[in-house]
Design a protein around this ligand. Structure first.
Ligand SMILES: C[S@@+](CC[C@H](N)C(=O)[O-])C[C@H]1O[C@@H](n2cnc3c(N)ncnc32)[C@H](O)[C@@H]1O
Length: 224
C-alpha cells in the first residue's frame, strides 16, 4: 500500500473539524472526521448523478443547474459534458480550500471544469442558495455528504429534513429534478421526498469500476 501524503488541510466552516486533502500513489482523497468523503479512484456514481438529471432535462435547450458541492469536480464535468452551450451551472461549495485545490492539484482530474464559462461559483453553504432562490433551477444535484444525513457537518442534516427538501422543491422550476447521492440505501428517504410532493425513485448505480458489486444510490425526485 502506498504511503499517504498530506497535500492540504482546511477548517470546515462552523468550526466543526478539518478537511484533509491526501495523495496515495495516483489517488487523491478528501477526508473529513476520519471518513473518506471523496476519492479520485472511483467516480462512476458521481458522474451518474449528472447523467440521470441531464437525461431527464434533454428537452431543455438552456437548463439551469445547481450542484452542491464541488468535491473533485467529477459531477460538474459530467453535467457540462451532458448539456449544451446555453446551459448554466451554479456550483455551491462550502469550503474555500476545496475550490483552491480544484484550481490547483485536483484540477486535472476532471479537466478543470471551473474554467468552463457556463459555470458560476457560489462560495458557501448550498442551503443558503436553496433558502433564497425561488423557481430558479431545472436541476438540483446534491452530493455534499455520503448519504441523506450530515457527514461534512451535522448542520447538513437540514438539507434532508422536510424543511430542507421543501426549500429544494421551491427552488426548482415546475418539472425540475432534485437528485441526491448516497453511498448506501435508505428506504425512508423516498417516502420523505414523496411527502414534500416529489415523484421520487431510488436508482442503484455502479460505484467502482474495479468492483461490480459496489452500488450507490441516487434518489431522483421530480417536481410535478
Ligand atoms: C463528496 S464531495 C462531492 C464530490 C463531487 N460530486 C465530485 O464529483 O467530486 C462533497 C463536497 O461537498 C462540499 N460540501 C459539504 N457540505 C456542503 C454544504 N452545506 N454546501 C456546499 N458544499 C458542501 C464538501 O466540501 C465537498 O467538496
Amino acid at each position: 500500500m502506498d504511503e499517504e501524503e498530506v497535500l492540504g488541510t482546511a477548517r470546515i466552516p462552523g468550526n466543526v473539524g478539518t478537511i484533509i486533502l491526501l495523495k496515495r500513489g495516483d489517488e487523491f482523497i478528501l477526508r473529513v472526521h476520519d471518513t473518506e468523503l471523496m476519492t479520485s479512484a472511483a467516480h462512476l456514481s458521481e458522474d451518474s448523478l449528472s447523467h440521470l438529471v441531464c437525461g431527464r432535462l434533454k428537452h431543455l435547450e438552456a437548463p439551469t443547474l445547481l450542484i452542491g458541492g464541488l468535491g473533485m469536480g467529477f459531477t460538474l464535468a459530467a453535467a457540462l459534458a451532458s448539456t449544451g452551450p446555453q446551459a448554466k451551472v451554479v456550483v455551491a461549495e462550502l469550503i474555500g480550500a476545496v475550490v483552491e485545490w480544484n484550481r490547483g492539484p485536483l484540477g486535472h482530474l476532471a479537466g478543470f471544469p471551473l474554467k468552463d464559462p457556463r459555470v458560476s461559483l457560489r462560495a458557501g453553504d448550498v442551503a443558503m442558495v436553496l433558502q433564497t432562490e425561488l423557481e430558479e433551477y431545472d436541476g438540483i444535484l446534491l452530493d455534499v455528504d455520503n448519504g441523506p444525513e450530515g457527514l461534512t457537518r451535522d448542520s447538513n442534516d437540514w438539507l434532508y429534513s422536510n424543511e430542507g427538501l421543501a426549500a429544494a422543491y421551491s427552488a426548482l422550476r415546475p418539472g425540475g429534478i432534485l437528485a441526491v447521492w448516497s453511498s448506501h440505501r435508505e428506504r425512508s428517504f423516498a417516502m420523505r421526498l414523496a411527502k414534500i410532493g416529489f415523484a421520487a425513485e431510488e436508482v442503484r448505480v455502479p460505484g467502482d469500476p474495479t468492483n461490480p458489486d459496489e452500488r450507490h444510490s441516487i434518489w431522483v425526485a421530480k417536481k410535478p
